[in-house]
Design a protein around this ligand. Structure first.
Ligand code: BJW
Length: 244
């Protein structure tokens, strides 16, 4: 890909890069996105029936089974070149913050530290009654302490995001020089507001996506392509071959 030369110069000189990722970042790792028509999980399942507290109250076993299937999928997946490029990118500017909506843990697996997980982690299980993190259970997915149903430690619609992660993400959006938005449809709040906050505070905004999103028209640069291809090329173009 030919990148705008001014973008490469800005990235090379900037002190603080913040990045927001979404499900598209993991698509090339074989983790289905949420809203892509062909492969998205939600083409087969109604998200309102599965990723809400109401669904869990109504049919905890169904929700548990769905997440168990997805947890297995994530366990079998591995970071792709886009994840590794972001781990590499982290070492270049003086400051770097990676904010993700993904629950798969692939950024951490690729080597990024201090990832801000806005929507939790599918790898963690907690009790829906006493909120304790649970690592072992036998038979039914029930809390060994109180007998409450176990659930994934993720954020469902209508639930609050982890306050610390959201606060740090908001600070990053306000303080960074460049804000990259990668592989997200930009439909889910409050994550989708972060690029706009960054733009309002004067950051240079860049979107990487296979298609336009509602955020595209607010971006300074829109790079169309797969993140697993665009990101390694971008890191090499900005910082040289040692980075690829
Ligand atoms: C590629 C690619 C490749 C493909 N390379 N790109 C303000 C206004 C209106 C509504 C609200 C509002 N504030 C809050 C709400 C309600 C709600 C909300 O946003 N609703 C909207 C849908 C309208 N938000 C909430 O409820 C949040 N809580 C909250 O705000 O609490 C306070 C509050 C509550 C109620 C009212 C007001 C305040 C919680 C949101 C939790 C989201 N949870 C989920 C599930 C997590 C667990 C799980 O995994 O099951 O998080 S939903 C789902 O969407 C998941 C994702 O993280 C999230 C975002 O999806 P993402 O990552 O963007 O994926 P896709 O599939 O949508 O897009 C993929 C993109 O990749 C596409 O653009 C492709 O083109 C692209 N792509 N391949 C690059 N190779």
């Amino acid at each position: 890909m030919i990148f705008p030369p001014e973008l490469l110069t800005i990235m090379r000189k900037c002190d603080y890069i913040a990045v927001l990722t979404g499900a598209g970042t993991s698509a090339e790792s074989g983790v289905p996105t949420f809203r892509d028509a062909q492969t998205g999980l939600w083409a087969k399942y109604d998200p309102q029936e599965l990723a809400t507290p109401e669904a869990f109250t109504h049919n905890p076993q169904l929700v548990w089974d769905w997440y168990a299937w997805r947890r297995e999928l994530v366990a079998e997946s591995a970071p792709n070149p886009g994840h590794f490029a972001l781990a590499d990118m982290a070492s270049h500017p003086a400051r770097f913050t990676l904010i993700t909506q993904n629950v798969d843990g692939l950024h951490q697996q690729a080597g990024n530290d201090g990832v801000l997980e806005l929507h939790g982690s599918i790898r963690r299980i907690r009790c829906s009654q006493d909120d304790r993190i649970v690592t072992e259970w036998s038979g039914d997915p029930r809390c060994p302490d109180c007998g409450g149903w176990l659930r994934p430690d993720v954020v469902w619609f209508g639930e609050n995001l982890p306050a610390d992660a959201l606060q740090f993400a908001s600070q990053a959006a306000r303080g960074c020089d460049i804000f990259l938005t990668i592989g997200t449809s930009g439909l889910v709040q409050p994550a989708a507001s972060l690029p706009l906050i960054a733009a309002e505070k004067g950051a240079v905004t860049v979107e990487i996506n296979v298609e336009d999103t509602p955020l595209s028209r607010f971006m300074d640069f829109t790079l169309h392509g797969k993140s697993g291809e665009v990101l390694p090329e971008l890191v090499t173009a900005v910082w040289g071959n040692d980075s690829a």
